[in-house]
Design a binder for this molecule. Structure first.
Ligand code: NAP
Length: 648
């Protein structure tokens, strides 16, 4: 079972001291660029950076091209340094600061990284044994006041678990209400064949609960689910949870300045709770969206949605129609293709897909050992992944108003990515394949969520696969009928058609001051919140993964959750330490933030003409995704400014 790893203290080199030969063997399986970063961190020897830099074209392991002699030198030098520290115990050097850190970051990323990353990386590069993102009281709270305080956390997925752990660490009483039978949210709910994460796991895990034993660089669903179950067990979250229970409404009572929370159990019975504060961690990708296609109900065979998979659904030997080719479709299709009689893929629009050499790769045992035992390695590796999968891509999302081919790409980097992905398609399908014109998107890269895959195009070339791009006219009992009149006979249908993302917080009813319901504030699904977290008129109501906090170009929602939870914990501290009942974000603060989000989005790919995605609402406003770099959001959520709130 893969759970969180045992966290060792930063200076614990006992495993290294005990087994030098194991260390040598393990170093041989770890990434030389990351080992070099560790070496410089431990020695301060800048010379290694200068020597290795020309061979590090980017943060990914496959972008490192050092000569073997240099790799061997790095490993040997690091071996000696580690053995010296292990045999002559003394404190390890601290994470460097200032120009050396910027140089390390830039070499690790293969490109210039700004000094504005220093503060965040000083925090993130610390060993997991030091957890700087937890809330620390400035004044010890009165135990009686604290015991009387109560937070309801709605949802025990990735964000809700993070919230609960931080509340527990701070000693704030809380109750979790979760509609599913267990924790993990999305990784419990999604169980379709091929389901897994497309952010590398050594980054896609809680910063304070690393797992050095991921079997793959990109884990599949069961392993992810086990990880989150393990974190819940380690922090004993279940005893404070009501599972199989769905919150139906939260009403703010102005007289008591508390929330009344109603929830319904699976058996229909109702529970009522009161709370000083609510942390809503309900996610936005958990209510499956079935397509509004005429005749859908008439289909004679079984039909499933990827987000609500039926374990009894059997595709083997059948003619299967799959509607939708987004992130879920791209995983289901290749997973079932070898076993179906025929797979008919109904693609409404093509998606940009990037190959990744590590996508299906397993993590070598030696590398797992290094992650667990060599100081700084796991954290440097995490930074490299952060850069490759998040902020390093941010410039590719910005529209260059001078760009001369705005139909196809939006700036030079974006264009380079387009060429790279097109080349991948041509290589996989063949240079003259008639499928090329169907699969190459006519919109710029990143306009829809970027997908990773190494198998999709190979799958399309299989003899038992049809790629159908004609519009679906209707669904008949015997199959799918396209607008040209063709009937595609099918025994079963898979809907990989996404989620009802735009109705944030629905179907819950959240009523704030003056009896206003939040969906009446967010007219036409136009959800907004300051930092994606607080809404004027809804005191002490905090959203995690709220409006404009999703990530579409890569990134890591766990990182976002940790930032938001930290911010909310600081808000709660302000409330409790200040002896206040409630805090409510000032409308002007909220409005200015939303205006800035909109201004940034106007110059980004998701608003670009010709681009269609689920990040925009009925008004055409980008409501779902973050326009900022992760470092910006980290900075914005690293402090709580009382002046931005009204207190009661
Ligand atoms: P999605 O990205 O919204 O894709 C839905 C697909 O269904 C699209 O191809 C869409 O076509 C198509 N579609 C929708 N309605 C249709 C209709 N009426 N007729 C024909 N086609 C229709 O949904 P998803 O794949 O479930 O992914 C949703 C989100 O979940 C992702 O963006 C991602 O954030 C997350 N996710 C992540 C992972 C991962 O990490 N590996 C895996 C799965 C999901 P159009 O493009 O034309 O709209």
């Amino acid at each position: 079972m893969t759970g969180p790893s045992v966290i060792k203290s930063a200076d614990d080199l006992s495993a290294i001291a005990a087994n030098p030969e194991h260390l040598r063997g393990a170093l041989a399986q770890a990434d030389p660029a990351t080992l070099m970063l560790v070496l410089v961190t431990l020695t301060g020897d800048h010379g290694w950076l200068d020597r290795a830099r020309p061979f590090i074209a980017g943060p990914s392991s496959y972008q490192e091209t050092m000569p073997d002699t240099m790799r061997a030198e790095i490993r040997a030098a690091l071996f000696d340094v580690l053995m010296d520290f292990a045999q002559n115990p003394r404190p390890l050097p601290a994470i460097p600061d200032g120009p050396l850190l910027v140089d390390l970051l830039s070499t690790a990323a293969g490109t210039a990284v700004g000094a504005d990353y220093v503060a965040m990386m000083q925090e993130d590069l610390r060993p997991a044994a030091i957890d700087p993102r937890g809330m620390v009281w400035r004044v010890p709270p009165d135990p009686i006041v604290l015991a009387a305080f109560h937070v309801v956390v709605i949802g025990a997925g990735v964000s809700g678990m993070c919230a609960a752990i931080r509340l527990q660490q701070a000693g704030i009483p809380f109750t979790i209400i979760e509609k599913n039978a267990t924790v993990s949210g999305t990784w419990f709910e999604n169980s379709y064949p091929g389901c897994g994460v497309d952010t590398p796991n050594h980054f896609y895990s809680y910063s304070f609960e690393p797992n050095h034993n991921w079997s793959h660089f990109f884990a599949k669903r069961d392993e992810l689910w086990q990880y989150f179950e393990g974190v819940a067990d380690k922090h004993d979250l279940r005893r404070r949870s009501h599972f199989g229970t769905e919150v139906t409404s939260c009403v703010f009572d102005e007289a008591s300045q508390r929330w009344a929370v109603s929830a319904r159990r699976a058996d229909g019975s109702v529970i009522e709770l009161t709370a000083n504060a609510i942390m809503s961690a309900v996610g936005i990708l958990n209510r499956p969206k079935l397509p509004d296609i005429p005749g859908r109900e008439t289909f004679a065979g079984p039909a499933v949605h990827t987000g609500h998979w039926d374990p009894a659904f059997d595709w083997r030997g059948k003619r299967v129609a799959m509607v939708g080719t987004g992130a879920s479709g791209h995983q289901v299709g290749p997973a079932i293709a070898p076993d179906v009689d025929r797979l008919m893929v109904f693609q409404r629009s093509p998606h940009w897909v990037v190959p990744n050499p590590n996508y299906f790769g397993t993590v070598a045992d030696g590398k797992k050992w290094v992650l667990a035992n060599v100081p700084h390695y796991a954290r440097w590796y995490r930074f490299q992944l952060f850069w490759a999968f998040a902020d390093g891509l941010h410039p590719a999302l910005q529209v260059d108003p001078e760009w001369n081919d705005p139909e196809h790409s939006i700036n030079e980097q974006n264009h380079r990515h387009r060429i790279f992905m097109e080349r991948h398609m041509r290589r996989e399908l063949g240079p003259d394949s008639p499928l090329l014109e169907k699969v190459i998107p006519d919109y710029p890269p990143y306009g829809k969520r970027i997908l990773i895959d190494n198998d999709w195009f190979k799958m399309l070339n299989l003899p038992n696969i049809d790629l159908i791009t004609d519009k679906i006219a209707r669904i008949a009992p015997e199959g799918i009928v396209t607008v040209d009149g063709t009937t595609w006979p099918a025994d079963a249908i898979i809907y990989a058609t996404g989620f009802q993302a735009s109705k944030m917080l629905a179907p819950m009813r959240i009523t704030g001051t003056g009896g206003i319901e939040i969906h009446d504030v967010w007219k036409a699904d136009d959800a907004t919140a300051y930092l994606g977290t607080t809404v004027p008129g809804f005191p002490n109501f905090f959203m995690l993964m709220g409006p404009n906090t999703g990530l579409a170009h890569g990134g890591n929602v766990i990182f976002m959750s940790e930032c938001q939870v930290r911010y909310v914990m600081m808000a709660l501290r302000e409330l409790i330490e200040g002896g206040h009942h409630s805090l409510d974000v000032k409308p002007a603060v909220h409005d200015a933030y939303v205006a800035e989000v909109d201004r940034l989005h106007a110059g980004m790919v998701w608003s670009h003409k010709g681009v269609d995605n689920w990040y925009r609402n009925l008004n055409g406003r980008v409501f779902a995704v973050l326009p900022y770099r992760l470092v910006d959001y980290w900075q914005m959520t690293s402090k709580f400014t009382p002046d931005e709130y009204s207190f009661a």
